[in-house]
Design a protein around this ligand. Structure first.
Ligand code: NAD
Ligand code: WQD
Length: 332
């Protein structure tokens, strides 16, 4: 297939591009480089031996999208492009709604004009809000998002569903990711956020490297097995493989929804100890107050994806911790 990957130089997008190229798809990447670097295209080429077509462009730029769809007969879009920092979204809601929602509306309008009505959308476990219980399956109610970032995902799921209702030719897959961590074995691509990381694993690797002095564990009084927050961490390579596994769904019109997680919850202290063990490193950490907006525990029921797509996460927590550290040590 000829696939347009928006946000293809980003963390999850770059790993997905590698797997698409390795199985013989043609990949066209569009990214405005607001949270990634152009060198990622070189790294994708080094890993796969194939250079993807790359456009430095914005999903808000309708003319640029027109040019890309006119130049390439795109069969399907995997849509990763978006802003994703939860805290930032609270302070800059208009920027988040404009980039994520208006950007996606612009993309969808151009796709429609070019008779390309197949899209895989990067959604998030955040659409479940505070779940009544765990594990979470796809039939759980959505809503109750606690920040504008999460609300953009919720609204976009709704917009895409309404689009299919209005025009049943659309094939839409909504993928709800849990907590992606880890990196490619080449050490060339991985999670490399600008500034001080918000997410746990890039914070851990930067403390381990001495770039940051100490990890704050946000709360040890949650009703979990050791008092710290529990999440469903999934290796980014397993997550990328999930995108390849859903592509056949695009042959049938409809809206499909899948959780991409492992079904296992690990606490912050579990993660710290696993990281220390996998890499033979002692981490400097301290217990700090709870972070506003956090919930005690979230993990997925990923069985629908296994049943319907034959996809299942296979990599271990040790793989996640080791690859994240190897990637960090390979950065300047
Ligand atoms: P990322 O920031 O590494 O990648 C997103 C890419 O999109 C970046 O390269 C950025 O430059 C690009 N981008 C942003 N706005 C754009 C625009 N207007 N036009 C063109 N390009 C634009 O993030 P990621 O972790 O790879 O996440 C990919 C997608 O998955 C996002 O939509 C994110 O919300 C979603 N997601 C991520 C996580 C996570 O924990 N990483 C979890 C759930 C969902
Ligand atoms: C994981 C755990 C923290 C940092 C976020 C988004 C979610 C999704 C994934 C996009 C929690 C604890 C963290 C630190 C800590 N993204 N922690 N010290 O909050 O589960 O999910 O990223 O869709 O929408 O909300 O991930 O990695 O920030 O936190 O103790 O310095 O680690 O409290 O328990 P989270 P996270």
């Amino acid at each position: 297939m000829r696939i347009l990957v928006t946000g293809g130089t980003g963390y999850i997008g770059s790993h997905t591009c590698v797997q698409l190229l390795e199985r013989g798809d043609e990949v066209v990447i569009l990214d405005n480089l607001s949270n990634s670097k152009k060198e990622i295209v070189d790294h994708i080429e080094t890993i796969t031996g194939i250079r993807p077509v790359f456009y430095e462009a914005d999903i808000l730029d309708e003319d640029a999208l027109e040019r890309i769809f006119s130049a390439h007969a795109i069969d399907a879009v995997i849509h990763f492009a978006g802003l994703k920092a939860v805290g930032e979204s609270v302070h800059q809601p208009l920027r988040y709604y404009h980039n994520n929602i208006t950007g996606t509306l612009t993309l969808l309008a151009v796709m429609d004009r070019h008779d390309c009505r197949k899209i895989v959308f990067s959604s998030s476990a955040t659409v479940y809000g505070t779940p009544a219980s765990v594990p979470i399956n796809e039939d759980f109610p959505t809503g109750g998002t606690t920040n504008p970032y999460g609300t953009t995902k919720l609204y976009l799921e709704r917009i895409l569903t309404d689009l299919h209702t209005a025009d049943p030719r659309w094939s839409i897959v909504l993928l709800r990711y849990f907590n992606p961590v880890g990196a490619h074995d080449s050490k060339l691509i991985g999670d490399n956020p600008n500034g001080i990381p918000n997410n746990l694993m890039p914070y851990v690797t930067r403390v381990a490297k001495g770039i940051l002095p100490c990890l704050s564990v946000f709360g040890d009084d949650y009703p979990t097995h050791d008092g710290t927050g529990v999440r469903d961490y999934i290796h980014v390579l397993d997550l990328a493989a999930g995108h390849v596994a859903v592509l056949p769904c695009l042959d049938q019109p409809g809206v499909k929804v899948y959780n991409l997680g492992t079904g296992i919850g690990y606490s912050v202290l579990d993660m710290i100890h696993a990281f220390e063990k996998a890499n033979g490193i002692k981490l400097n950490y301290k217990i700090a107050p709870r972070r506003e907006g956090d919930i005690a525990e979230v993990w997925s029921d990923p069985s629908k994806a296994e049943r319907e797509l034959g996809w299942k996460a296979t990599r271990t927590l040790e793989d996640m911790c080791r690859s994240a550290w190897e990637f960090e040590t390979n950065q300047n």
